[in-house]
Ligand binder design. Structure first.
Ligand SMILES: Cc1cc2nc3c(=O)[nH]c(=O)nc-3n(C[C@H](O)[C@H](O)[C@H](O)COP(=O)(O)OP(=O)(O)OC[C@H]3O[C@@H](n4cnc5c(N)ncnc54)[C@H](O)[C@@H]3O)c2cc1C
Ligand SMILES: NC(=O)c1ccc[n+]([C@@H]2O[C@H](COP(=O)([O-])OP(=O)(O)OC[C@H]3O[C@@H](n4cnc5c(N)ncnc54)[C@H](OP(=O)(O)O)[C@@H]3O)[C@@H](O)[C@H]2O)c1
Length: 451
């Protein structure tokens, strides 16, 4: 296909996080017209609303790249647009409008429920995503109350756990934070760098006692408790000065079995089952021992990774959208094509990348590469189809008939300028509006069009 013909092609990219934006850039650089639809007003996804708020340098660097991408003339951005079965439009609507290639880069917006009794207690049970969206000022999470008590259990021992521990220890300043790991000290998933922010609050004596408690189990699978201790302690030389008295502890070989609540609908305990480790294919697995205990806590936050949105309109398996096991356009051996396992056939033209392809997997750089590879798969497919020019018109018409404001890249530029000016006025490194109304007002969007 000639470049001229390729210019006629329009691809819809759903989700403007790192995967979506870098996919959009790859597509637009190849001459394709890209329409990015994003649930949030602002682009950036978890780079804007997940990465820890005070990582200004990293966040600003990413925002700069995203700004450059949005400036591409053949890329249109429409924020405040939710795609899905309960959204402003569905995948079927997009297909019916004539779009042949659609990239799904909507991240992992669903919740990984464990099916535990008490998960529905109204006050004090939360999932990491909601909390990080809250403290990163993403509406409506930014405006919802979250009950954070004095003793908080964080389930999971990855970097998300440490981000939330950091917020609890350095901003909220709770009395106690206990990270609960179903496996042992050798299987922690967090990075040393992230531990540096909170290790000053880590109870090192309790850590030694905990390591002594789990030594027999670790040794039974050939692990060395001293190595694990060294890894955790390696964050000590660069420990950030503490700002609270919060006692931070790590609790290993404990798998949550039940959340206990009081008569006021508030969490008052977390029941855990002790586990042991078993070796499987070079890795370890936690196996319940039947011994249960209750930890006295008043808030539990699950930081165990997420799953994709089940109401998006694509089949879900293993927390992510199902991929075609025999892709027609693999890139680096990876399938970016979606698949319907019930009908046992590919969902033609619908591609996935980033955390929509593999939920809760990796850093921004990985999402970026994944988006770019996914776009390359879509570009190969575009060689075989022609997207009618009426598709883009139908979509724009649909968007502007919705009874809500649709945010363009020009609006985003205005919003950023107002936020920047406000940061300067207040002498802050960054200023962010926490509500959609304030953002709309800053962009000069009519009150009559309010959300
Ligand atoms: C708490 C936390 C902290 C992190 N910190 C770091 C860090 O310090 N450094 C680092 O390198 N990585 C970090 N990461 C990882 C990084 O954020 C991810 O790798 C990356 O953001 C994934 O990109 P993505 O585009 O696939 O998904 P996301 O970033 O989640 O983007 C998804 C986009 O899709 C949009 N969307 C969702 N649903 C819909 C829908 N139905 N319709 C339309 N649009 C939709 C959303 O609005 C969003 O803009 C962190 C992750 C988390 C959870
Ligand atoms: N600062 C940063 O650079 C930063 C910050 C945040 C996130 N990230 C990245 O974002 C990605 C996601 O991070 P994450 O912390 O959500 O995921 P993660 O690193 O995979 O950690 C998830 C944790 O939850 C546990 N877990 C999973 N399912 C469980 C279950 N059913 N019951 C009990 N525990 C369970 C895991 O234990 P098992 O090991 O036993 O499965 C693990 O300890 C990672 O790539 C991470 O590096 C980076």
């Amino acid at each position: 296909m000639s470049t001229e013909e390729q210019k006629q092609q329009t691809v819809v990219v759903i989700g403007a996080g790192p995967a979506g934006l870098f996919a959009a850039r790859e597509l637009a650089s190849a001459g394709v017209h890209v329409i990015a639809l994003n649930r949030d007003i602002k682009p950036g996804g978890l780079a804007e609303y997940g990465i820890y708020p005070t990582k200004h340098k990293m966040k600003d660097g990413l925002r700069k790249q995203f700004r450059q991408i949005l400036q591409m003339p053949n890329l249109d951005y429409y924020g405040n647009v939710m795609v899905g079965q309960n959204g402003d439009l569905s995948l079927t609507d997009l297909k019916n409008m004539g779009f042949k290639a659609i990239m799904v880069t909507a991240g992992a917006q669903g919740t990984k429920w464990l099916g535990l009794p008490g998960e529905d207690i109204p006050k004090g049970v939360y999932h990491a995503k909601d909390i990080v969206y809250h403290y990163n000022k993403l509406p409506p999470y930014s405006q919802r109350p979250y009950y954070i008590g004095k003793k908080v259990a964080l389930v999971g021992v990855g970097n998300v756990m440490l981000d939330i521990a950091r917020w609890l220890i350095r901003t909220i300043k709770v009395d106690e934070v206990t990270a609960v790991a179903r496996r042992g000290p050798a299987e922690v998933k967090f990075d040393k760098k992230e531990m540096e922010y909170v290790i000053a609050n880590l109870d090192l004596q309790a850590l030694d006692e905990e390591l002594a408690r789990v030594t027999t189990v670790m040794e039974s699978v050939g692990q060395d408790p001293n190595e694990a201790r060294e890894y955790i302690h390696s964050a000590l030389p660069k420990a950030l000065e503490p700002v609270s008295q919060t006692r931070f502890r790590l609790h290993f070989l404990a798998s949550p079995t039940q959340i206990l609540g009081n008569s006021e609908g508030q969490v008052c305990g977390l029941e855990i089952e002790e586990t042991k480790l078993v070796r499987t294919n070079g890795d370890t697995k936690a196996r319940g021992t039947g011994v249960k205990r209750v930890m006295e806590i008043d808030t539990v936050i699950f930081a165990i990774g997420d799953r994709v949105d089940e109401h998006f309109g694509l089949p879900v398996q293993w927390n992510a959208f199902v991929k075609n096991p025999n892709p027609s356009y693999p890139v680096d051996g990876i399938s970016y094509e979606t698949f319907d396992p019930e009908a046992n056939k590919p969902l033609e033209g619908i591609f996935v990348a980033g955390w929509s392809r593999e939920a809760s997997s990796g850093l921004v750089g990985i999402a970026r590469k994944d988006g770019e590879r996914g776009a390359r798969a879509a570009l190969q497919y575009l060689e075989t189809v022609t997207v009618p020019t009426t598709a883009a018109k139908a979509l724009i018409q649909h968007l502007y008939q919705l009874e809500k404001p649709i945010i363009t890249k020009e609006d985003i530029a205005r919003l950023e300028a107002v936020e920047q000016a406000e940061a300067e006025r207040q002498g802050l490194e960054e200023f962010k509006f926490a509500g959609n109304d304030e953002m709309l007002e800053a962009m000069g969007i009519e009150i009559a069009q309010k959300l």
